[in-house]
Design a protein around this ligand. Structure first.
Ligand code: URA
Length: 246
């Protein structure tokens, strides 16, 4: 049985400080298993108990994994003194200390950002050795040629020292500004934009649509976040649906 003090949990799982948590508990605003929780030092069973604060359930799980549909204009950082970050978009009931984005999207890139407080899991999905696939949709300023598809599949050379691992490129929509899908297994700075630039194309709009085999939930509006279910979490590291053999 894994237990923790009530005031410590509220301090860690909400934006209230531990001192404020004590006062909320004293005012009877906190229910443990449906009954008003008595003392700040009450032990809470993280696996079995249910806890609410002002009627809102607090997630007691040790770690939290969130899927955010990041809008353009927001930084993929835990905090920034001047600009809004992905953590600012986490709704109050999913907030807790220690949340950070596992991997970065450019400020103008939209789509799937995984937010967690589990450093071990973040390390596993970001580790260059793991080759977790990241899928993007890129709106381009010109056509995708067979030659570009071949170059992506062989690995684009970004500069003298940097040869990218093979990537998948396919066209989703033809037209003056085609929409392409790109699957990469690395996370280098501006990687997708630079890979296209090397082929003489500008990326007009970029959106991450999947991490591993887990697709961005189409129900999630831009700027919204939700918890990732346990079975979905497995899809991130699942190799059976991978495009590239590992
Ligand atoms: N590649 C880019 O160029 N930008 C991103 O945000 C992610 C991948």
């Amino acid at each position: 049985m894994k237990t923790e003090r009530l005031d410590k949990i509220i301090g860690a799982r909400t934006s209230y400080s531990r001192k404020e948590a004590k006062s909320l508990i004293a005012k009877g605003r906190c229910l443990l298993n449906g009954k008003v929780a008595k003392g700040a030092d009450t032990k809470v069973d993280l696996e079995r108990d249910t806890l609410t604060l002002d009627g809102q359930e607090l997630l007691l799980k040790e770690h939290l994994y969130l899927m955010l549909n990041k809008p353009a204009g927001v930084l993929s950082a835990a905090r920034d003194p001047k600009q809004p970050t992905v953590i600012d978009l986490v709704p109050e009931h999913l907030r807790r200390t220690g949340l950070f984005p596992a991997g970065r999207l450019d400020k103008d890139t939209e789509g799937f950002v995984l937010i967690t407080d589990d450093g071990g899991f973040a390390h596993r999905i970001l580790s260059p050795k793991r080759h977790v696939e990241k899928t993007y949709e890129a709106r381009l300023d010109g056509p995708v040629t067979e030659e570009m598809i071949r170059r992506f599949s062989e690995g684009v050379r970004l500069d003298e020292e940097t040869l990218c691992l093979p990537a998948l490129l396919r066209v989703l929509e033809e037209g003056e500004h085609p929409l392409a899908e790109v699957v990469i297994v690395q996370g280098m700075y501006h990687q997708v934009k630079r890979m296209f630039e090397k082929q003489g194309r500008q990326v007009l709009h970029l959106k991450r649509t999947a991490i591993g085999a887990l697709r961005l939930d189409p129900q999630l509006a831009c700027g919204e976040a939700r918890e990732i279910l346990d079975k979905e979490l497995d899809q991130i590291l699942d190799k059976t649906e991978a495009v590239f053999p590992r």
